[in-house]
Design a protein around this ligand. Structure first.
Ligand SMILES: [Zn+2]
Ligand SMILES: [Zn+2]
Length: 259
């Protein structure tokens, strides 16, 4: 199915959601007013001028910290799309890898060659050989439990999947409107991912690959469903959630107000 991409910037103007209690104490009552800019820089689909390819990568710029979530497969495509989005690889502070599939980690070596001092957050269950390779070239940080990455950005921690030996983490971005989840392939399933994110508050949006998930009820009430990459049931999701669904690809960016 070919879905027309939304090319404009997404701005959410709904009112503050009440943040539920969290043992990681999200700083929702800070008086600082800022915005996080989220740009998809690798996807199966693309906006004009960007290159597509099987995989996913997304840049989150909080204003203070630039986080690259996943790296796609082809480092050259990743660099091209970063350049097109006016993001310098040297400015990236941290990389978070969702899971160890080739279409999410393949761009990492090229990035580390340019910028070897970067922090790379990986699920602790990554293979020892892969962790050894990364730690030889970068500052490896292993993630097991939910962890703060920087102001307003958290990881769910590694979540179980049905595939043996494969765990996956998703990012959670705290905004004035609620929480946005950035997910790689969603192998743990929407129920596990959204339940894990919900410990921090109310989830208002999700961006990334939703794989074959049919847990559509978990998406109810969201105001943004940017289902892309490996999402099998885009058409069904678009039909069930016509207002929230956005067809997106590499080059799509939007702003969310953080606290
Ligand atoms: Zn995968
Ligand atoms: Zn994937």
């Amino acid at each position: 199915m070919k879905v027309e991409l939304d090319r404009g910037k997404y701005r959410d103007k709904s009112e503050d959601e009440n943040m539920a209690g969290s043992n990681l104490s999200l700083s929702s009552n800070s008086s600082l007013s800022s915005r996080s800019n989220i740009t998809i820089v690798y996807d199966n689909e693309n906006n004009e001028g960007f290159t597509n390819g099987w995989g996913f990568s997304c840049l989150i710029d909080t204003g203070e910290t630039k986080i690259l979530f996943d790296t796609g497969w082809d480092g050259c495509v990743l660099l091209h799309n970063l350049k097109k989005a006016h993001i310098s690889p040297e400015e990236i502070d941290k990389v978070v890898l969702s899971h160890q599939h080739w279409d999410h980690i393949g761009g990492l070596p090229v990035l580390l060659k340019i910028h070897p001092d970067i922090e790379v957050y990986v699920p602790a269950s990554f293979s020892k050989r892969l962790k050894d390779e990364i730690s030889a070239r970068a500052n490896l940080i292993e993630v097991s439990e939910a962890t703060k990455i920087c102001h307003s950005v958290y990881t769910t921690g590694e979540l179980d999947t049905d595939e043996k030996g494969m765990k996956e983490q998703s990012l959670v971005i705290n905004s004035a409107n609620g929480l946005y989840i950035i997910t790689g392939c969603s192998h743990p399933g929407l129920t596990r991912i959204i339940n894990a994110a919900s410990q921090f508050g109310t989830v208002t949006g999700i961006i990334g690959g939703l794989h074959g998930s049919t847990d559509y009820k978990m998406l109810e009430g969201m105001n943004l469903i940017a289902a892309c990459h490996c999402t099998v049931h885009k058409k069904e999701i678009a039909m069930q959630f016509p207002d929230a669904f956005k067809a997106v690809g590499a080059g799509w960016e939007f702003l969310i107000p953080t606290d």
